[in-house]
Write a protein that binds this ligand. Structure first.
Ligand code: AOF
Ligand code: ZN
Length: 472
């Protein structure tokens, strides 16, 4: 495949590769990479390394000067349309200014920036100033590589990734509860790789009570934010934009029943607990500690539970009832309100890890974008079925752009909700797709997953499924 790659594609691939260095560090900003080329030689490289830091384009120009190269007349390859605006809370001057000042004469861009403050203006400003601008080279690859940024900006809420493991016969736990190994160590590493890419990991309070999970990234080949050398102190975090070492842990716990000695509260990074406003001060007091934030959400206007409300098989993740009883309570929070609260705090991607009531709440709401299901070889007894059983799923072909990844004894099937895939399609350039060279690319990637899921088949047709094997 590399032999058939044009030089332009090679430079843009390099820019995409550079962008990866910002993964886990730049949210809610996008990951961006840039390469400067003159006379077939790379004279500068840059990427957006950390939230609030310089943008890829200015880093690339700075790098060219640092190497003693003059960027005048050069071509810049950039994975994202350069920004073109100033605002009071923006950290950097417009990259379009930097590009013009440097005397760059040609720009090749992969994806349009869906930020309404940019969205085509960056390209227009540069074209108006006389630069030749080519849009859309490896566009799908760029959209796929920073799926969370594009899906969340286009949707006005965090990208929601649902993830669970189930047995061959569709069970997620053994009868009687307790921890059950459904998938193997390769799957665990893979799952931690997904965690490392997300701003937040969300669970219901029942999962905290039952499993006492850490919800940290521990088994991924690359820890979050690896590769940049830039660091912020985890104790200084106040929003997703300042995240360093670990994704934010989010617990849905209307009545604040979580134990103050829960393991995750001791872990590095932040825990946000979503509660109802009327939780007493007395109950809140033990949570007034570094790293823990209580987020108040109003309840939904759901009617109170009636005797006919169906009995939930999973623990009462959304209910007020003690865990020792099965819940007959409807969900207490509106998923939309939860997502809105997270988005306003800078969270652009949420990995929902369970339990099944929480998963079902998201499935029922339709507010989810990617689904990853690990299927292990076990045949489990009991009735704790996959959250998809009994959920309201509007679209029978619910996931598209699928990948199937073999992970030792486990298979991971992952794909986008068709609505999310459609939303990504709407972001594509409607014009100037002059250098589009791989029209068959689809949005299949769990990007940046240590290479496990990077697609090797650029001409794969949209909707096709591809199979990967782990490199263990
Ligand atoms: C670029 N190159 O490397 C990035 C861009 O607060 P600021 O100044 O960092 O600006 C953030 C916005 O800039 C962000 O919302 C997105 O629209 C754009 N990100 N643009 O040209 C970059 N990271
Ligand atoms: Zn910029």
């Amino acid at each position: 495949m590399p032999s058939r790659m044009s030089p332009r594609e090679r430079y843009m691939r390099r820019a995409l590769q550079l962008a990866e260095h910002g993964r886990g560090r730049v949210s809610p900003n996008p990951t961006v990479g840039a390469v400067l080329v003159r006379d077939g030689t790379v004279i500068g490289e840059g990427y957006h390394a950390v939230y609030g830091g310089p943008h890829a384009e200015t880093e690339c120009i700075r790098d060219a000067y640092a190497r003693g190269n003059d960027p005048r007349g050069a071509t810049m390859y950039c994975t994202l349309e350069p920004c073109s605006f100033r605002s009071p809370n923006k950290h950097n001057a417009p990259c379009t200014d930097a590009i013009l000042e440097a005397g760059i004469s040609r720009l090749v861009v992969a994806a349009r920036d869906p930020n309404p403050a940019v969205s085509g203006r960056g390209v227009q400003v540069l074209r108006d100033a006389g630069l030749e601008v080519i849009c859309g080279l490896l566009e799908r690859r760029a959209l796929e590589a920073d799926e969370a940024y594009f899906v969340s900006v286009a949707g006005g809420r965090p990208m929601v990734h649902l993830k669970w493991a189930q047995s061959l016969n569709g069970r997620i736990a053994r009868a009687g509860g307790g921890k059950t190994a459904i998938s193997g160590p390769e799957a665990l590493r893979h799952a931690h790789g997904i965690r490392a890419q997300c701003d937040a990991i969300l669970v219901g309070r029942g999962t905290v009570a039952l499993d006492d999970p850490s919800l940290t990234v521990r088994h991924a080949d690359e820890p979050p934010g690896a590769g940049t050398g830039a660091g912020t102190d985890a104790t200084e975090q106040s929003s997703a934009g300042h995240r360093a070492a670990q994704p934010i842990r989010v617990v849905l716990d209307p009545e604040l029943k979580t134990s103050n000695s829960a393991r995750m509260l001791e872990e590095p990074g932040e825990t946000w607990i979503v509660i109802r406003p009327w939780v007493s001060q007395l109950r809140r007091r033990p949570f007034e500690r570094p790293g823990v934030t209580l987020i108040e959400l109003p309840p939904t206007e759901l009617p109170p539970p009636t005797p006919n409300t169906s009995v939930s098989l999973a623990p009462a993740l959304f209910s007020q009832a003690p865990l020792s009883r099965l819940s007959i309570s409807p969900p207490s929070f509106s998923i939309a309100a939860v997502l809105d609260a997270l988005y306003r705090r800078g969270v652009r991607s949420v990995l929902v890890e369970g339990g099944s009531e929480t998963h079902r709440g998201f499935l029922d709401s339709g507010l989810w974008d990617r689904l990853s299901v690990y299927i292990g070889p076990a045949l489990l007894d009991g009735e704790v079925l996959s959250p998809a059983c009994g959920a309201h799923i509007a679209d029978t072909e619910a996931i598209t752009e699928r990948t199937v990844t073999e992970l030792g004894n486990t298979v991971c099937i992952s794909g986008l909700n068709s609505a999310a895939a459609a939303r990504l399609e709407t972001l594509r350039w409607e014009f100037g797709v002059a250098a589009q060279s791989s029209p068959g690319q689809g949005f299949s990637g769990l990007n940046g997953l240590n290479g496990l899921n990077r697609r090797n088949e650029p001409n794969r047709q949209k909707g096709e499924c591809c199979v990967h094997r782990t490199r263990t």
